[in-house]
Write a protein that binds this ligand. Structure first.
Ligand code: PRT
Ligand code: ZN
Length: 212
């Protein structure tokens, strides 16, 4: 019997909820010690454990058929894949934050500023739409320390509770994107894969409905 391959995050913020979603859908899995991949015991699903950054590319290439990843990452990476369902966890927002001491009234206050981010595409698009000229500095981690060490004037990063910004003397001033985990798929599934995905989506929707 054909199986559908699902990519989920190997560890990190989406891991627990992704596993829980499978469980809530009554899909039983045994996770091995190496945690590279596993096969569901009672559903035609193979689970691949990956870094979240790699999941959009694998979905475009068809290495995985479906995957769970943050909308933030999907939109930033701009791969040719389809969003099938929002999942209601991993909620956060991609926001611009400036030092608390900076007086901020309107978006034009960001004109000519240096902004550090791991989301250069989404930030550029946000500024271009608003005719703001900002200098984007792409950095891959610890974005929130950039203003403190003189690397940038402000940042654009994911925020959930806001405590990271607070601890680094920053305040949130604009929201670029509201995000949550989504189920996305490869563009060209064969008919069997499509049927399995629809069965899985049917269960996901039932789980979501039961929670509301
Ligand atoms: O190892 P791997 O590459 O797979 O994981 P990762 O470290 O790149 O990603 P991870 O696990 O941190 O995040 C995975 C996904 O979780 C993100 O792509 C988002 O879709 C979602 N998510 C939800 C978040 C947050 N909330 C979040 N708060 N991702 C990151 N953060 C970080 C943020 O970057 C900042 O450093 O948490 C900090 C802010 O949190 P607060 O609560 O202090 O505001
Ligand atoms: Zn990552």
């Amino acid at each position: 019997m054909n199986k559908l391959k699902i990519a989920i995050q190997k560890s990190g913020r989406l891991y627990e909820d992704s596993i829980k979603l499978l469980k809530d859908c009554s899909i039983e899995i045994n996770i091995g010690i190496d945690k590279l991949k596993t096969t569901a015991l009672n559903f035609p699903l193979e689970i691949l454990f990956l870094r979240d950054d790699d999941i959009p590319q694998y979905l475009e290439d068809g290495v995985a058929d479906i995957g769970i990843v943050g909308k933030n990452l999907l939109l930033e990476k701009r791969k040719r894949i389809k969003i099938k369902e929002t999942l209601g966890f991993g909620k956060c927002r991609l926001s611009i934050a400036v030092p608390k001491s900076l007086s901020y009234n309107k978006i034009q206050d960001l004109d000519g500023k240096r902004i550090a981010t791991s989301y250069p595409f989404l930030v550029r698009e946000f500024f271009e739409k608003r005719y703001i000229n900002a200098e984007i500095h792409e950095i891959s981690g610890a974005v929130e320390i950039a203003p403190g060490i003189g690397l940038a004037d402000c940042i654009c990063d994911l925020v959930s509770s806001g405590s990271t910004l607070f601890m680094n003397g920053l305040k949130e001033v604009e929201t670029v994107l509201q995000s949550e985990a989504v189920l996305a798929s490869h563009l060209h599934l064969d008919s069997t894969q499509h049927i399995i995905m629809e069965k899985f989506l049917f269960r996901i929707r039932a789980v979501k409905k039961a929670k509301n």
